[in-house]
Write a protein of this length. Sequence first.
Length: 385
Amino acid sequence: MNKYSEMWSLDPQIAYLNHGSFGAVPKIVAAAQREIQQLEENNPNLFFRTTLPKLHAEAKTFVASWLGVSPDLFAFVPNASQGVITAVSALVTKPRSEIVSTSLGYGGVLNGLAEIARRTQSILRIAEIDFTSGVQNAEDIADSVFAALTSDTSVVILDQITSETALLLPLEQIVRTIRRVAPQARVVIDGAHAAGMISPVLPPDFDVWVGNFHKWICAPRASAGLVCKNSTIANQMAPLAPSWGFENGFPKSFESQGTDDYSSYLTTPHAIKFHESIDSVERDTHNRQLIDDVAKMLHAHWGTETDVPIDMFCPWMRLVRMPVKNQLTKLEADKLVLKISQELKVETVVVCPGDSTYVRLSAHVYNDVEDYEKLKLLLDILNKL
C-alpha cells in the first residue's frame, strides 16, 4: 500500500488493476455525493424544482471551464457510449447516409452505430485496423480510415484512446485526412478514457467530443460530458429521449431527463478538485513508470513480447500478451477473469483482439508493483479451467 491507497474505499485484500473499466471513487468524493443525495432526500420537491437547476448550472459551468469551453457548448451525459450514440443520431439527418468508424471501436458503440444505420437505411463502413500481427503505425491507421471515406461520408467516429486495446490513436493525422477527403463529414470523438489521463483533454479538431468523468477523473458513476465544437453543431444536438426543456435546445434539452439521480453530475466538480489536489507530474510519472515496469515484468515472466510499439499505447493502460497457444473465446476469457478474482484476489480484465489473448492492465496512484505480482500465477489458474 502507498500513501494514496487510503484515499479510496477499495478492499485492501484485493489488488485492483482495472481502474480503466469502471474507475474508483475516492472517499472524499463519495462523501460529497452523499451530501448532495441527502440534500435531495431532505426535501425532494424543493430539490428538483428549485435547488437542482441551480446546482446543475454551477456544475456545468465548472466542468466546461475545466475543459476550456463555453457552458453553452457542454452538456452532461450518463456515459461516453450513450453520448456518442446521441451525437451520431443527431448528425445523421438524411436516409442512406454513410457512417464510418474503426474496427477498434468500443463494442457497445459499434452496436449503437449499426442500429442507427439500420433505422436510417444508412451504410456503416468499418475501417479495418489489423491487430492480428500487431497494429500498424500511425500512417497505416490513417490510411485505413482514408480507405473507408467517400464523398458521401456524413459522420466519422474515432476513439481518442481505444477501450479494449488501450491505443492512443493519431487523431490529428486522421482528422486532417478526413477534412481533406470528406470535408462534409462531421467528426465525433469517443474520448471515454481521455479526461484525467491526457492533457489537454480535448483534441485540436473535432465536431463533437464525448468523454467519461467516472474513469480517470474518479467521479461517481455515471458521469460524462458532451462538447460541441461550435453553435452550429450544438444546434443539431438533441437527447435520445426528449423531455422538459427540449424546446430550449442544447444544452438545456439535456438537463432534465425526468426524475433521476443527478448527484454524479453535481459531484463531478468535487472529483476534478480531488484530481487536481494530486501533483500532476507525480501522478503521471508514477502511472507511466508503473505500467511500463509491470508490463516488462509480466512479459519477461511469460516469455512474450509486445505486439504494438510502446509509444502507441496510452499512458496508463497496457496490453500484455499471455502465452497461450489458442486464443481464448470471450466466454473463456470471462471465466478466467472471475477465477483470477476468486483465487488470486486480483481484479483485471482479459481481452482477445486479433488472434491473441491479453491481460489489459491499468495503473493509478493507489497501485504499486506488488499489486501485479500475483498475475504471475495467472497461467496456473488458466490450466484449471
